[in-house]
Ligand binder design. Structure first.
Ligand code: AMP
Ligand code: ZN
Length: 664
């Protein structure tokens, strides 16, 4: 054997041992011998760097350091899942699915819902080339170097894998490893970690991959995305992924009926406590990919899948005090301050009470013993009162009528669940909250300026709104607490650099109520510049895809306020981006203005996402289901039969990919 053959043979052997140990859980070699082989390979690779291979098992030990994780767009969006909490919810969903698909047989697969950090892995020619966190679903962080250290993630696939595809899964930290990690931390005098899930997601963002390699992380896969994979069902997807070397838990079931699904749910609600890793529910998916395709997506989640959440853990504790927080939009949130109590692995001291109605409905009073639950959300909530423990002298809670920050009388508009402090430009918390939102990472992302500094600047009388940031000088900020020459310079430079932030993010940064990231993107695209948006009326605005009455109203109100106009004009004069860039505009036309499209099937020349982007860039609207308002259905290969029938019934033009491309 020559050196190259020797290296390749060692790599193949180690790969196989690794697979047996970490994926199949069935070791075929002693740890000692494994280490010896690995060392041998390491030595050979070091001496013969010309045979470097980015998929070599030696990369498992890590060592590479990532300073800044690159943001990468997902080729296909990573959606959320819709949640259900009862069997009725589940059967309702199955009825909805059946209704959309019509009178055909529908099968479901059930899988566990692994509770960890979502990951998207990209493979090309059988090799892992990229691993990206879910992020906001549209883009995430490139954590490839860290992921490569996770032993159950194959770096090199086996079998008849397609040349390019993405696969999705969850990075989890099994209990056993978690407990061991914590024991070590306690021995070292360090604080133990709170729960496996946060530790798993925190691990992915460690800069030193050698540290990640030390953590007993695992990767459980559940979904393949990509064209030409030859896969026709979710069940087949799981089987294929297993064959290619991925770790896909065998706890899954192909169900022919709703009863089968409920059986699975019932069984695992009990047996989940025996599993080696955390689960928070079951995910039920329509099995046929063609049926999935027909069902499509809502704005947030697939219509073809549903998570069934196991009942959350509940504890009781005493409510010591109710305090009130003021948000940047003036919204008041009541907060329960609790006698600290352990719940699902974390100590809980505070819980959200949502609003006045909620307090009244549950009749929650200070001094009560309350039931606290942790659902999917991070902040636990109070779900009820233990009336048997109530003090007979207690009084019903009187909701505050004045802002706790500025004493202005609160208002509550019809249809709003929340009270608001209307003192937009005088309420200190609202002022600083707006500026803090403006500088935040997803908005203007101003480096060198943090929330605390904003408060100091405001208290020091240096800023009263975000436009004031742009006139700050180094000399002005230097006297502030903890400010040094260098940090003052960074602050001023960070503010200046934000002038290049693109229009849609500036729009988001303005902090118009209900205009989140996605809405800001839609508005920027539709209006192209702030001047057009400023004069838009409610009717214009609601004509934009996904912009409803409530958002439209809020946008109009924002630009009716002379204070806001003045601030926007000032920002303009400082050179912020208030229109789409030439590059963004270049690909945009009005060719499809007023036309609404439904896209169905698989395409040859462009991907589905490219097709949708083309429609939007040319002023058209993409919608997920066919209605009388649909102008065209762009039909690819394998278009769903029920979609076709519906289009034909409504007399809607069905066009091919080529027809469409000719239009733009
Ligand atoms: P949520 O974040 O609650 O909307 O739930 C969606 C997340 O559940 C996805 O991002 C997945 O990472 C995760 N998940 C865990 N197990 C599964 C599974 N078996 N199938 C699909 N998604 C899953
Ligand atoms: Zn106030």
């Amino acid at each position: 054997m020559n050196i190259e053959e020797q290296i390749n043979s060692l790599r193949a052997q180690l790969r196989e041992h690794n697979y047996n140990y970490y994926v199949l859980d069935n070791p075929t070699i002693s740890d000692y011998n494994f280490d010896m082989q690995l060392k041998e390979l390491q030595a050979l690779e070091e001496k013969n760097p010309e045979f470097y291979d980015a998929s070599s098992p030696t990369l498992r030990v890590g060592g590479e350091v990532t300073k800044n994780f690159k943001t990468v767009a997902h080729e296909q969006r990573m959606y959320s899942l819709e949640n259900s909490y009862s069997k009725e919810d589940l059967t309702d969903w199955e009825k909805r699915v059946q209704k959309i698909l019509g009178d055909i047989e529908v099968e479901f697969t059930c899988e566990l819902k692994y509770d960890g950090a979502s990951i998207n892995l990209t493979y090309e020619d059988g090799r892992l080339i990229k691993a990206v966190t879910r992020g906001d679903g549209f883009q995430g962080d490139d954590v490839t170097t860290n992921i490569k250290t996770i032993r159950s993630v194959p770096l090199q696939l086996k079998g008849d894998y397609p040349s390019k595809f993405d696969i999705r899964g969850e990075i989890v930290l099994p209990f056993e490893g978690f407990v061991k990690m914590n024991q070590e931390r306690i021995e070292n005098g360090e604080e133990p970690y709170m729960n496996p899930r946060n530790t798993a997601s925190g691990s992915l963002k460690l800069q030193d991959s050698a540290q990640v390699a030390q953590r007993p992380l695992d990767c459980l896969l559940y979904g393949i995305v990509g064209q030409n994979t030859g896969i026709e069902s979710q069940w087949q997807m799981l089987e294929k992924a297993r064959q290619w070397g991925f770790k896909v838990p065998s706890i899954a079931k192909l169900c022919k009926s709703t009863d089968d699904v409920l059986d699975f749910v019932e069984q695992w609600d009990i047996d989940r406590h025996k599993l080696p890793y955390e689960t928070d529910g079951v995910v039920i998916k329509v099995n046929s990919l063609q049926q999935q395709e027909e069902l499509g997506y809502t704005a947030k989640a697939p219509r073809w899948a549903m998570a069934y959440k196991f009942r959350a853990e509940q504890v009781s504790t005493i409510l010591n005090e109710i305090t009130y927080q003021v948000g940047r939009t003036g919204a008041i949130t009541p907060v329960a301050n609790l006698q600290p109590v352990l719940l699902a692995g974390t100590t809980v001291k505070r819980a959200s009470l949502h609003n006045a109605d909620q307090i009244e409905k549950l009749d929650i009073r200070v001094g009560d013993t309350v039931f606290v639950e942790k659902g999917g959300e991070i902040i636990p909530k109070i779900v009820g009162v233990d009336f048997t423990q109530r003090n007979v002298n207690s009084n019903p809670t009187k909701y505050i009528s004045e802002c706790p920050e500025c004493e202005t009388e609160l208002v509550r508009q019809d249809g709003d669940a929340k009270h608001y402090c209307p003192n937009e430009y005088g309420c200190p918390t609202q002022i600083t909250g707006r500026i803090q939102h403006f500088i935040s990472r997803k908005a203007m992302d101003i480096e060198g300026l943090g929330s605390e500094t904003v408060e100091l600047l405001f208290k020091g009388g240096l800023i009263t709104n975000y436009a004031d940031l742009y006139t700050l000088s180094k000399e002005q900020v230097l006297p502030l607490e903890r400010m040094a020459e260098k940090s003052a310079e960074n602050l001023v430079a960070g503010v200046a650099a934000s002038k290049n932030i693109p229009f849609e993010r500036v729009l988001f940064a303005l902090g118009i109520r209900y205009v989140g990231e996605t809405v800001a993107k839609k508005l920027a695209k539709a209006y192209k510049n702030i001047d057009a948006l400023m004069v838009a009326n409610i009717l214009d605005l609601t004509a934009v895809d996904e912009i409803g009455e409530r958002i439209a109203q809020s946008v109009v109100e924002f630009f009716e306020n002379p204070k806001n106009i003045e601030i926007v004009n000032r920002l303009k004069s400082y050179g912020l981006q208030f229109s789409l860039s030439d590059e963004q505009l270049q690909n945009q036309t009005d060719a499809l203005k007023g036309k609404s499209f439904v896209v169905s099937g698989v395409f040859e020349k462009v991907s589905r996402n490219e097709l949708k982007k083309l429609i939007e860039d040319n002023g058209g609207k993409v919608s997920s289901s066919i209605s009388s308002k649909t102008s065209y259905v762009v039909a690819g290969d394998k278009m769903g039969p029920s979609k076709r029938t519906k289009a034909e019934d409504l007399g809607i033009a069905i066009i091919t990919e080529d027809d469409f491309l000719a239009m733009v």
